[in-house]
Design a protein around this ligand. Structure first.
Ligand code: IMP
Length: 428
């Protein structure tokens, strides 16, 4: 069984915890999009916290192989830092991490351009609020066909030429945003140095296909979330890769029919970092209370996350269009505690747009989401479900909340997360 786990909202849905739950039944874990913009937090056996950015969560299990497929971005320097940190904590990475030869490399050129452009736009409405990891420029270069690929790192002369070409293309753009040009020699030296560490990790683009042929069970690990999808999310306030399950097939170079099931990770309340419309955003005082209870600060950038009321039209949109077979409902304990402390919560059952009532959003684009008016009902979710691991022990109010989601979306909830630790889950 090949399973795909993806986030249904604006990222930070606790996907890593859900991936961790499914690890047991899979041999290989594949990241298929995004780069070091992701921040996947897991708690290890000894309850210590680990945040992964580029390396798939499967690395925490000694018997799993983990793969970074072609649709991802690899920043060799930050990847090596991540590898070192894992190895320092006793996790063996070098024999288990594989990287597709045709994966795009992020260099200082892309990182500097990303940050310079965001700084330049910071006064206007076109600022995206990126993570500053060079994501947009790296994917643009891929489309522009000027990228350095992972395999290029191991061809010294070819690499020098590609860096020179990239410099000619990127430095004038970096300059136009008022930032200092990046020295191509330094970029080359850094990449060449990194290539010595990374040389044993490269695999051909048929790697995952060949594992499937040999009856391995694959777990595809999505990054970011459905509403940050470049094509179907809240464009232009999105990331620069497609988050849709179909992108796992393209990125890993496997037929779409090889993906047997899609689990959508639905956080009990939406959160977002960065710019862009957020229809159900909670007013300031209550938002701050929820942020505190849920510790809603970005794992990659530390930015405070905006928090919203549960949004059923958007859950239905992602559920239908991304082909979600079942939901994993996360952070339910946080929302229950919030309701207990502050009174009832609101649930957005529908949107109103141009006098029409919408129960499944028709779009997630920024222009559409900025025009919808959320219609709410009140719900008392105040109860204590932290750490509950059996459905019989889940308070009635929490079960009711889950039923509301199932009825509105037509998608069953098959997993509930009731806390950060691995054992804080209810399997249905
Ligand atoms: P970029 O991916 O760094 O270009 O940022 C584009 C948008 O996606 C910004 O709003 C980021 O805050 C958001 N974003 C990117 N990665 C993540 C993530 O892993 N979690 C939440 N938001 C993210």
């Amino acid at each position: 069984m090949n399973l795909l786990v993806l986030g249904c909202l604006w990222g930070d849905e606790a996907k890593a915890k859900v991936v961790q739950h499914y690890l047991e039944h899979h041999d290989v874990v594949v990241r298929f999009q995004g780069g070091a913009n992701a921040g996947h937090t897991v708690y290890l056996e000894d309850s210590s916290k680990l945040v992964l950015h580029s390396i798939p969560v499967g690395i925490i299990c000694e018997d799993k192989t983990v793969v970074i497929a072609a649709g991802c971005l690899v920043n060799p320097e930050t990847l090596i830092e991540e590898i070192k940190e894992l190895e320092f904590r006793g996790i063996n990475v070098m024999s288990r991490l594989k990287i597709y030869s045709n994966t795009t490399i992020t260099t200082d050129f892309e990182v500097v351009l990303d940050r310079a452009r965001e700084a330049f736009l910071s006064s206007g409405s076109s600022k995206i609020g990126t993570t500053g990891r060079g994501i947009g420029p790296s994917y643009s270069n891929r489309a522009y066909r000027t990228s350095i690929l992972f395999e290029d790192l191991f061809d010294r002369f070819g690499l020098a030429e590609k860096v020179r070409a990239l410099s000619k293309d990127m430095n004038p753009r970096i300059n136009s945003y008022g930032a200092e040009e990046v020295d191509p020699e330094t970029v080359f030296e850094k990449l060449h140095k990194c290539s010595k560490t990374l040389s044993g990790l490269m695999v051909h683009p048929n790697y995952v296909y060949s594992l499937i042929e040999r009856q391995n069970n694959i777990l595809f690990e999505g990054a970011q979330g459905g509403l940050l999808c470049l094509t179907n999310g809240s464009y232009p306030y999105v990331t620069s890769s497609s988050v849709h399950p179909a992108s796992a097939s393209i990125s890993s170079n496997i037929p779409m029919k090889s993906i047997n099931k899609v689990v959508g990770v639905l956080k009990a309340y939406p959160t977002r970092v960065g710019e862009g419309p957020f229809p159900t955003q909670i007013s300031a005082v209550k938002e701050e209370a929820l942020r505190k209870i849920g510790n809603e600060y970005g794992a990659t950038t530390g930015r405070p996350r905006k928090c919203g009321w549960p949004d059923l039209p958007i859950a239905s949109y992602v559920g239908r269009l991304f082909g979600i077979d079942e939901f994993a409902l996360t952070c339910l304990d946080t929302l229950c505690e919030f309701s207990k402390q502050t009174g009832s919560i609101k649930i957005c059952d529908s949107y109103e747009i141009s006098g029409r009532k919408i129960i499944c959003s028709e779009s997630a684009s920024a222009s559409y989401l900025s025009r919808v008016k959320p219609i709410y009902s009140e719900f008392d979710l105040g109860c204590d479900c932290a750490g509950v691991s059996r459905i019989e022990d889940l308070p009635f109010k929490a079960t009711n909340f889950m039923n509301i989601i199932e009825n509105a979306t037509g998608i069953p909830v098959k997993l509930i997360s009731t806390g950060p630790l691995r054992e804080n889950v209810i399997v249905l």
